[in-house]
Design a protein. Structure first.
Length: 116
């Protein structure tokens, strides 16, 4: 028996949703390296990053130890949340890489930090 490919027409028939508008696509030309530097305060080597994808191994190596200073806690929290987003909430076929599109969700983490 051959493989079955699900088409937009199949989805339209199954869900009863009309699909008759143009396809929406875009490219993200964000500076991913700057985003990583800003939110994780570290610069990954070229071998750890490819386009908008970062190896989880690098994140684990950088943030496996508890932060030494309170100022570093935010970066550790961002790396942990990024790992959780990729491996738990939005996991995909890649078990060793995280797409950096999730970093934008962490940009306002300071707004929610507890002030003492």
């Amino acid at each position: 028996m051959g493989e079955i490919t699900v088409t937009f027409q199949d989805m339209m028939a199954f869900f009863g949703i009309p699909i008759d508008s143009p396809l929406v696509t875009w490219t993200d030309d964000r500076d991913w390296l700057k985003s990583v530097r800003d939110l994780l305060c570290r610069e990954p080597p070229p071998t750890a990053m490819s386009g908008g994808v970062l190896k989880l191994k690098w994140i684990h190596q950088q943030f496996s130890m508890a932060p030494l200073k309170d100022a570093q806690t935010q970066y550790h929290a961002c790396s942990y949340i990024l790992d959780m987003i990729d491996t738990t909430l939005f996991s995909d076929y890649s078990t060793n890489k995280v797409h950096l599109r999730w970093l934008s969700l962490l940009e306002d983490i300071n707004a929610y930090s507890v002030k003492s």
